[in-house]
Design a protein around this ligand. Structure first.
Ligand SMILES: C[S@@+](CC[C@H](N)C(=O)[O-])C[C@H]1O[C@@H](n2cnc3c(N)ncnc32)[C@H](O)[C@@H]1O
Length: 281
């Protein structure tokens, strides 16, 4: 049975308040499709009844927010930001930071983990001289954080962009799935973080991947998220956004730079315009 206008309005208000995700009118079908499995799992007959119960039961409300995040991801998504990370960003950081500085990278909407594990694989190959690194991987979805932590991927997921040499080097077969090595998992701290809420203090990052998440937010939220990310980024750090995302016209504290064949963003005071940082290609 279809959702009533009030039920749909409740869901829109909930995900906007809790995750800053904007659901446009007309997305009723999406809400129904995503909530039907939750209702079935809870033994509740209809999606409408499930939404009604969620107005009184916090746990169900949290499940709704989780279910309405879009977790689409793949390995080395769009390729160029990852090439720029290896070819431009890491050599520059290696030269700029003292040898004992542990490089800190944040995957700020990590979904099921392909982004942070991919970055860890690139760091393992690129860093020399005993240089250490750590990755913090966060997402609002409790389910995604659990999946990412587990580091298990289906054959279908592995087929989406993971180069075979990296599969061979960093995974073991686990039945029909693939398990990321413990060595790699130890380099990543996974935790639940809502980017749209005030961010807890964290030590500064050298690089932030904030990819394909700003698109779900309205303009004031995009601005607030970019500002809080900037506060956690070193003054000469690097920010990578999704292909359809930018800081331009949203947060003037960032400047766009060309890094190899990708665009990246850096806190404004650290770079003079125009900037073209070429990769080692
Ligand atoms: C499309 S995925 C992007 C994953 C990865 N960064 C990539 O580019 O492939 C978007 C992710 O943003 C997360 N997300 C949505 N709203 C969020 C919020 N308010 N705070 C933190 N993460 C959020 C979702 O749970 C989802 O996993």
């Amino acid at each position: 049975m279809a959702l009533t206008t009030q039920e749909f309005a409740f869901v829109c208000g909930l995900v906007r308040r809790e995750a800053a995700i904007v659901l446009e009118p007309g997305k009723e079908y999406l809400v129904e499709a995503r909530l039907l499995p939750l209702a079935r799992r809870a033994g509740i007959a209809t999606v409408g009844e499930f939404v009604g119960r969620a107005q009184r039961e916090r746990l169900l409300a949290e499940q709704i927010v989780d279910a309405l995040t879009t977790n689409e991801t793949s390995w080395m998504r769009d390729r160029e930001p990852f090439s720029a990370f290896t070819d431009v960003v890491l050599p520059e950081l290696a030269a700029a930071r003292p040898p004992l500085h542990r490089l800190r990278v944040w995957s700020a909407a990590c979904s099921s983990g392909q982004e942070p594990y991919g970055l860890a694989m690139l760091l393992e190959d690129a860093l020399t001289g005993g240089r250490q690194y750590e990755i913090v991987a966060t997402d609002i979805s409790a389910e995604m954080i659990e999946r990412a932590k587990a580091g298990r991927f289906s054959q279908l997921e592995v087929n989406r962009g993971l180069p075979v040499p990296l599969l061979v080097k960093h995974f073991q077969r686990a039945g029909t799935e693939w398990q990321v090595s413990d060595a790699l998992r130890r380099k990543i701290t996974f935790k639940r973080v809502n980017l749209a809420a005030p961010l807890a203090p964290m030590p500064a990052f050298d690089v932030v991947f904030l990819r394909n998440v700003l698109i779900y937010f309205d303009l004031p939220t995009k601005r607030a998220v970019l500002q809080s990310v900037r506060r956690l980024l070193r003054p000469d750090g690097w920010l990578f956004l999704g292909a359809a995302e930018t800081t331009i016209g949203i947060d003037d504290g960032f400047q766009r730079v060309v890094a190899g064949r990708a665009s990246a963003y850096r806190p404004r005071a650290s770079v003079a315009a125009p900037v073209n940082v070429m990769g080692r290609r």
